[in-house]
Design a binder for this molecule. Structure first.
Ligand code: PLP
Length: 455
C-alpha cells in the first residue's frame, strides 16, 4: 500500500459571537413602525436608507432630563449642543422647549442666530473664534467661553477697541478621576493656569467675568466625576468672590451623560451599567448645594447635554443589498448604509432590528455597509434572523453625532424625516444630489470636457 501524501490540517475558527457569562443576547423582535408610521411606508416615500427622528421622543427625553434637575436645584438652564445634531428642525424643538444654544464655531453660531436664538442665549465655546466672530458675539451679548490665553488676549484687545465689556467664562479642564483626562480644551485647574486666566480677566478690567465652564468628557459612566468637577469649579468661584471681588453667576457643567447604546467591546449591556440622568442630577446638584454658597448666591446651573437628549430619538432605516459567505464560513450581510452615514458604529454596537416578520432561524452575521472600503463594517458580529435582499432593518439610537459627522464619501447623504407628535412625517433634510455635491467645484478651462468632434 502506498503511503498517502501528507495533507496539512485546516483549522477553522468557530465564530459563535461574543460570549459573556450571561450568554449572548439576541435582539430579533421585528420593529415595523416608528411612532405609528410603518417603516415600509417611510422607505417607499423617502427611499433607503433614511434617517427618522421622533419629535415625541425628543420632547419626552428633554422634559424628563429638565425635571431631574429642576426638582433638585432652583436655577437650571439647558443649552442645546449644536454639534450633536444641528439640523434646524431638531434645534428648534429644543429651543421651543426653552433650551439656549451652545455652539463651537462661527458656522454653528450663525445657525443658532438663524434659528432665532437671542444672542444673549448663545454660549460660544470652542478653540477657534475669529476676530469677526468674536465681534459678532460681543455685539449680541453672547456668553463667550475662553479656551486659551491667545484668545483671552485677543478678546481684551477687541473689547478695548469696541469699548464694550463682553460677558465671558473660561473653560476649565481638570482631573476628575476619569482617564485619559480631557485636558486639551480650556485652562487646567491643577497646574494653576485656570486661576491665572481668571486673575488676568479681572485685572484687565475689559471683560465681565460671569461664569465657569467645563466639559469633562463624553459618555461618562461615573457620576462621581461630576461631583469632583463641581467642587473644583466651586473652589474657583469661591476664590473669585473672596480674592477677586467677582461673583460667578453661572456654572456650566457641559455635557457627557451616556445613552443606552452599547460601547464596542463592553462586557455588559449599557442599559445595565450607565447611571440614569437622575443619578447625574443628584451628584451635580448635591455638590452645588452642599458647597456652602448662600441660597441667594447659588449660581445658575447650565447643562450642555447633547447625546443623552437626542440619541434615542433617532433611527436609521435601511435595506439588505446582498448576503455572502466569508472564507471562514461566517455569514455576511451587505446593507445600503455604512460608516459614511453611521459614524457612531466606529464605537457603538448599535441595536439593529429587522423590520418585517421572519423565521426562527438566526445566525451570527457580519454587517457590512455598501462602501468599497474595508473599514465599512457596521457590526462585527450580530445575531440576526436570515435576512434577504430587499428586507429592511431599523438601527436604533442614532440621533447623536451621525447627522453632523456623516461624510459624503462614495455615497451621498440620505433624507432625514421628522415624525411629529401627531404621527405626521416631514422631510427636514433632503437627500443630496450630484448637482448639490458638484456645485462647489470649479473646472479650469483647459480641463473642461470638450464636445465630441463634429458635434
Ligand atoms: C463643549 C461641549 N459641550 C457639550 C457637548 C455635548 O456633549 P455630550 O453629547 O457628551 O452630552 C460637547 C461635546 O463634545 C462639548 O464639546
Amino acid at each position: 500500500m502506498t503511503k498517502l501524501a501528507y495533507e496539512r490540517p485546516l483549522i477553522l475558527k468557530m465564530n459563535a459571537g461574543l460570549m459573556n457569562k450571561f450568554g449572548t443576547r439576541t435582539e430579533y423582535e421585528p420593529v415595523k413602525q416608528i411612532d405609528g408610521m410603518p417603516v415600509k411606508r417611510l422607505i417607499e416615500t423617502y427611499g433607503s436608507p433614511v434617517f427618522v427622528i421622533s419629535e415625541r421622543t425628543i420632547r419626552t427625553t428633554y422634559r424628563n432630563a429638565l425635571r431631574s434637575f429642576t426638582t433638585r436645584y432652583p436655577k437650571v438652564q439647558f443649552a442645546w449642543s449644536y454639534k450633536t445634531n444641528y439640523i434646524n428642525a431638531v434645534c428648534n424643538i429644543f429651543h421651543q422647549e426653552g433650551s439656549w444654544g451652545e455652539v463651537v464655531s462661527g458656522f454653528e453660531y450663525r445657525k443658532a442666530l438663524g434659528n432665532g436664538v437671542p444672542g444673549n442665549q448663545i454660549i460660544f465655546n470652542g478653540p477657534e473664534k475669529t476676530t469677526e466672530e468674536l465681534e459678532l458675539a460681543i455685539n449680541n451679548d453672547s456668553l463667550i467661553h475662553i479656551d486659551h490665553f491667545e484668545e483671552l488676549y485677543q478678546l481684551i484687545d477687541i473689547s478695548d477697541r469696541m469699548n464694550k465689556k463682553p460677558r465671558v467664562a473660561i473653560r476649565v479642564n481638570m482631573d476628575t478621576g476619569v482617564y485619559p483626562m480631557w485636558d486639551r480644551f480650556g485652562f487646567n485647574y491643577e497646574n494653576g493656569t485656570a486661576w491665572s486666566a481668571l486673575t488676568k480677566i479681572v485685572a484687565s478690567g475689559k471683560l465681565n467675568l460671569t461664569g465657569l465652564h467645563c466639559h469633562i468628557g463624553t459618555y461618562m459612566m461615573v457620576t462621581n466625576a461630576y461631583t469632583i468637577a463641581v467642587n473644583k469649579l466651586c473652589d474657583l468661584a469661591w476664590n473669585c468672590k473672596t480674592q477677586l471681588n467677582t461673583v460667578i453667576q453661572y456654572i456650566d457643567m457641559g455635557g457627557g451623560f451616556p445613552t443606552a447604546n452599547d460601547l464596542r467591546g463592553a462586557y455588559l449591556p449599557a442599559k445595565d451599567t450607565i447611571p440614569s440622568i437622575d443619578e447625574f442630577a443628584e451628584a451635580i446638584t448635591s455638590a452645588l448645594l452642599n458647597y456652602g454658597f448662600s441660597t441667594a448666591e447659588l449660581p445658575l446651573l447650565i447643562l450642555e447635554t447633547g447625546r443623552a437628549l437626542i440619541d434615542e430619538a433617532g433611527y436609521l432605516l435601511g435595506s439588505v443589498l446582498a448576503n455572502k459567505r466569508l472564507s471562514d464560513g461566517r455569514r455576511a450581510t451587505i446593507m445600503d448604509f455604512g460608516v459614511n452615514i453611521l459614524f457612531t458604529s466606529f464605537w457603538y454596537e448599535h441595536k439593529i432590528s429587522p423590520a418585517q416578520d421572519f423565521t426562527h432561524h438566526t445566525e451570527d452575521t457580519v454587517l457590512y455597509g455598501p462602501l468599497c472600503m474595508n473599514i465599512d463594517i457596521v457590526r462585527q458580529t450580530i445575531t440576526l434572523p436570515l435576512l434577504n435582499r430587499g428586507d429592511h432593518v431599523v438601527v436604533h439610537r442614532v440621533g447623536a453625532y451621525n447627522m453632523t459627522q456623516w461624510m459624503q464619501f462614495i455615497q451621498m447623504r440620505p433624507n432625514v424625516v421628522l415624525i411629529d407628535e401627531k404621527g405626521q412625517d416631514h422631510l427636514i433634510r433632503s437627500a443630496e444630489t450630484l448637482e448639490y455635491i458638484e456645485q462647489m467645484e470649479r473646472m479650469p478651462e483647459y480641463l473642461a470636457p470638450k464636445p465630441p468632434k463634429g458635434a
